[in-house]
Design a protein around this ligand. Structure first.
Ligand SMILES: Cc1ncc(C[n+]2csc(CCOP(=O)(O)OP(=O)(O)O)c2C)c(N)n1
Length: 359
């Protein structure tokens, strides 16, 4: 179905419009239980994200990259995964982690500065998230090539945002994927900014999805604030990848409603009218109105969903905070097989300093 939408003309795949009206001919006809589950996953994502910001402000978490506004792209796409598929995520992907069943405690632990939080539990196929912009793209193509060699029928999803499309890694990855017809789904959250750098200055291309055309495969522009469209698009691209029919790039047109990270102040470079316009397109609100119109949402359901989300989040915080901090020596330990003299002197200095402070 996605091939009907031409990225060169800016045609956008959408099922639920801004007023939450359904294009019924495109309805994926998900069961009521799935629709409710998806909504509760979106609420859990929003709740966990808001909590992370509070923890950072209280000095209980390090710098954090919020996901507010991107819940539909993350949750919708993740809901289409199979157990065997792989994810190569970037740093703003909380909804993906939540839907795929990554322990929230570990996700928090990572942002609290403990690397152990990125040790993926057995049975989940999630690569550690990439902070260096775009570096996960070639890795995801390598993993997808391995799936091809093994004829494993595994799809590999790589997430990134508009800024990453200016990195060499993006172009190398896309080229390899096109030539070797790898089972990749490149999911670009086009959230309009790379820190303060606006999307219109990122590239002269009309759409980001059209870049796939240059590499010889399909690109599709999707309304990233429409959870049903995101689910359907990801499902189709994943099935195509697993069936050996090559890669797809999805440009999820969305907006980062929050600051870039907790060290940023987006008000310095974004106009408040623009933010207000996008707040009206809040993906969570749109889906809630849809469920209400469909008669499967009421206040009691809303209350239960929020209570459950808060419970999940508070438990994760408690668990993360009860993990002992790793020994400070770990900062020095793993770079070299044999610690060079210069580094061991620094380590000794740190140990002496900590001793003096009684820590
Ligand atoms: C290779 C590299 N260059 C620069 C940075 C600093 N940096 C961190 S996030 C970011 C912007 C990323 O923008 P985008 O890819 O659009 O993702 P978004 O933050 O909008 O989700 C930059 C430049 C980095 N992490 N890695």
């Amino acid at each position: 179905m996605l091939e009907r939408y031409d990225p060169l003309k800016g045609e956008m795949f959408q099922i639920l419009d801004e007023k939450a009206q359904l294009r019924s001919e495109l309805d994926p006809k998900l069961a009521e239980a799935d629709l409710k589950k998806i909504y509760s996953l979106m609420v859990t994502t929003r709740t966990a994200d808001t909590k992370a910001l509070k923890l950072q402000r209280q000095g209980r978490m390090g710098t954090y990259a919020p996901s507010r506004g991107q819940e539909a792209c993350q949750v919708g796409a993740a809901y289409a995964f199979n157990k065997t598929d792989w994810l190569f995520p970037y740093f703003r992907d909380l909804g993906m982690y939540i839907v795929l069943g990554y322990p929230l405690k570990d996700y928090y632990l990572y942002w609290m500065g403990n690397e152990a939080g990125m040790r993926c539990p057995e049975g989940l196929n999630i690569f550690p998230l990439a902070i260096p912009v775009g570096s996960q793209l070639p890795q995801s193509v390598g993993a997808a090539m391995a799936s091809n060699f093994r004829q494993a029928g595994i799809a590999v999803v790589c997430t990134f945002s508009d800024g990453a499309t200016s990195e060499g890694d993006f172009h190398e990855a896309m080229n390899f994927a096109g030539v070797f017809r790898t089972p990749n789904v490149f999911l670009c959250y086009d959230n309009q900014y790379a820190i303060s750098y606006p999307r219109k200055r990122q590239t002269a291309s009309f759409t980001l999805a059209q870049k796939a055309v240059a590499y010889g495969f399909q690109g599709v522009l999707v309304d990233g604030n429409d959870i049903l469209a995101m689910y359907v698009a990801a499902k189709e691209a994943l099935e195509k990848a697993r069936a050996g029919k090559g890669p797809t790039m999805i440009e999820a047109f969305t907006y980062r409603l929050a600051d870039h990270t907790t060290s940023d102040d987006a008000a310095k470079y974004r106009n408040s009218d623009e933010v207000k316009e996008w707040e009206k397109k809040d993906p969570l609100e749109r889906f809630r109105v849809y469920l209400k119109n469909k008669g499967i949402w009421d206040e009691a359901f809303e209350k239960t969903v929020h209570e459950q989300a808060s419970e999940t989040v508070e438990r994760a915080v408690e668990e993360a905070e009860s993990v002992p901090a790793p020994p400070l020596e770990d900062l020095f330990r793993f770079t070299y097989k044999q610690m060079p003299r210069k580094l061991s002197l620094q380590l000794e200095e740190l140990q002496a300093f900590l001793k003096e402070k009684g820590r």
